[in-house]
Design a protein around this ligand. Structure first.
Ligand code: F6R
Length: 612
């Protein structure tokens, strides 16, 4: 969802900017643009469509500037068009701005500026920003080095909503100013150069040293330094953080698509996530956490809050927490939870799951729980992401950068980590459950079992070829298998655009069975030994009505009943979703490929949803 790149240094900026935008493509966008400071002033090149179209714009090769800003836009206010693309300028063309986020009071600000003689040329909320900066810049009679910073700060204080912005000013040709509020932005430190990006992987090939910004921290960048100021424009110190990911882990490594690469990275991602936290013969360890037995025993509830696939990771693990810790656990969608005045207090532990750590609704839900006095714990994949700066505790999945929009390895790593967390809670609480030993052993076996499961790839591909032209596909399961059905259905609709629904198999008779007709495809997931018979009966009901069935199971079932059976490795039922989702990830991938779709960048979707 919108990407920002910036460069200030000694090299030609435009190729670096375009290259950075290409690396941010996965976030989702519909137009792109760059602005550089040239001898003649600020030059802006932008258009709707793909980043690579920028290479065809007249004059792009003549840009010599060594300072520039760049943006991929995902339309919110105003359709995708050249006019609405970023960078945007003020009326006097003194300032050029790119912006991620949403300015909620832009109508009010637009009216204020129009009343003060400003004209608007786009339908965007962003265009108020350069004009507002100009308004304050003009009003300031002092002509010192901080004049630009003061104007930007005053403008930012008027903005409601979320923003990460980069500003160029033709009067300060050797500087760039950046600031963020509730929208991601990082600064990569090089030798006599600084890189700016909304996402670490986009600039990982240039540096691994990063400054992570908090809300309302203003940064004045020059070639050889980054100066930080707080809200009151008092200088502040910032430490450089070294990021362990390397650039090659953010490349495709010979795979056709990031999604396929990330599916195949799961054994290793799980290994990294387990790390040193879990050991078969000793207690689980989380050095980041200091929960005492008394605190955990005092809890009246655990809330797990997240969006989309991350929410499914929560649902997959609710049962483990309740069974091992005997603490009632609720899982909710962040965008619903935050507006329903949830019953949260100091006796509630709130866990927020977010791969990106930038999801606006999840962060807002976390802030709400903090206000209500609960302890907040986040599970994320991105070190230093916004959510980690809000949460009381942060633990990391260590799945490595996930570039494809459809989440795969982040999901399985989240489920792994949540299961280990549940064991850690139970052990700290002194709960004794004989299944813990078995569960630990099975978690440690997961990387191998996932590797084994990936071998069924060709079989899944064969089935995908048979059904890729379907209009509707149904997914059924019970217990944790119902959550896997939801996640499989989400993956399929996201990247193949096939309409799909998932149901708790027992609900079928209560309505959805009316949709079953001859030749419709129904996928059943059956890993829970206690529920397998029941799901088989439900599948029998759809077969009777003419449905084609594919079954994913680690149980003994009558293969002859179903059109296609995918046998997967057996494991502890708490963690079976980590294995049973693999064939469904591959299924959606191969269907999308068969349809010739862009797997990594599905339409209308963004990797990181930084607005509500
Ligand atoms: C689906 C998918 C989304 C994300 C959701 C939350 O494949 O990727 O549903 O899971 O947007 O994103 P994060 O985890 O970054 O908060």
């Amino acid at each position: 969802m919108c990407g920002i790149v910036g460069y200030i240094g000694t090299k030609k900026a435009s190729p670096i900017l375009i290259n950075g935008l290409l690396r941010l493509e996965y976030r989702g966008y519909d137009s792109a643009g760059i602005a550089t400071i040239e001898k003649s002033g600020i030059s802006i090149m932008k258009d709707k469509g793909r980043v690579k179209n920028l290479y065809n714009l007249d004059g792009i090769d003549n840009l010599e500037g060594t300072i520039g800003i760049a943006h991929t836009r995902w339309a919110t206010h105003g359709k995708p068009s050249k006019e609405n693309s970023h960078p945007h300028s003020d009326n006097s063309k003194t300032f050029s701005v790119v912006h991620n986020g949403i300015i909620e009071n832009y109508n009010e600000l637009r009216k204020f500026l129009t009343d003060n003689g400003y004209t608007f040329y786009s339908q965007t909320d962003t265009e108020v920003i350069p004009n507002l900066i100009h308004y304050y810049y003009n009003k300031d009679s002092k002509n010192d080095d901080l004049k630009l910073l003061r104007a930007i700060k005053s403008a930012c204080m008027d903005l409601k909503g979320s923003f990460a912005i980069e500003v160029l000013c033709k009067d300060f040709p050797d500087n760039m100013i950046v600031v963020r509020k509730d929208s991601p932005l990082v600064i990569g430190k090089g030798e006599n150069e600084n890189y700016i990006s909304s996402d670490i992987p986009a600039i990982l090939s240039f540096t691994r040293d990063f400054y992570l910004l908090n809300d309302y921290e203003f940064v004045v960048l020059s070639r050889n330094k980054a100066e930080f100021y707080d809200k009151d424009l008092k200088p502040i110190n910032k430490d450089v953080k070294n990021i362990e990911w390397d650039a090659s882990s953010a490349e495709k490594d010979g795979f056709d698509d990031y999604m396929l690469k990330e599916i195949y990275e799961q054994p290793n991602a799980i290994r990294e996530t387990i790390g040193a936290k879990l050991n078969e013969n000793s207690k689980c360890e989380f050095e980041e956490l200091d929960f005492t037995k008394e605190y955990l025993l005092s809890l009246n509830k655990i809330y797990i809050v997240a969006c989309g696939t991350a929410m499914h990771a929560g649902l997959s693990t609710r049962n483990t927490i309740e069974k091992l810790c005997k603490i009632p656990t609720e899982v909710d969608i962040a965008s619903e939870f935050r507006y329903r005045d949830p019953l949260v207090n100091e006796k509630t532990l709130c866990i927020f799951i977010s791969q990106s750590g930038e999801t606006a609704d999840t962060i807002a839900a976390l802030k709400l729980c903090k206000e209500k006095g609960a302890k907040t714990l986040t599970i994320t994949n991105v070190i230093g992401s916004s959510i980690t700066r809000e949460a009381d505790y942060s633990i990391y999945t260590h799945a490595g950068p996930e570039i494809a929009v459809a989440s795969t390895k982040a999901y399985t790593s989240q489920v792994v980590l949540l299961n280990i967390l549940a064991i850690y809670f139970a052990e700290t609480m002194g709960m004794t459950n004989p299944c813990i030993k078995d569960l630990k052993e099975e978690i440690l076996n997961l990387p191998k079992k996932v590797e084994e499961c990936l071998k069924i790839s060709e079989k899944v591909k064969d089935f995908s070829k048979k059904v890729y032209n379907e209009k509707d596909i149904f997914f059924l399961g019970r217990g944790v298998d119902e959550v896997v059905a939801r996640e499989g259905s989400l993956k399929l609709k996201e990247i193949s655009y096939i309409h799909s629904e998932s149901y708790a198999a027992g609900e079928l008779k209560h309505g959805p069975i009316a949709l079953i007709e001859k030749d419709i495809t129904v996928i059943g997931i059956m890993t829970d030994p206690n529920l397998v018979e029941k799901t088989v009966s439900n599948l029998q009901e759809v077969i009777t009505r003419g449905a084609k069935t594919m079954v994913i199971s680690n149980q003994k079932i009558d293969d002859t009943m179903f059109e296609f059976v995918i046998n997967i490795p057996n494991t502890h039922p708490f963690i079976s979703p980590i294995i049973s989702i693999i064939p469904l990830q591959l299924f959606s991938y191969y269907i999308a490929k068969e349809k010739g779709l862009d797997v990594d960048k599905p339409r209308n979707l963004a990797k990181s949803v930084t607005v509500e």
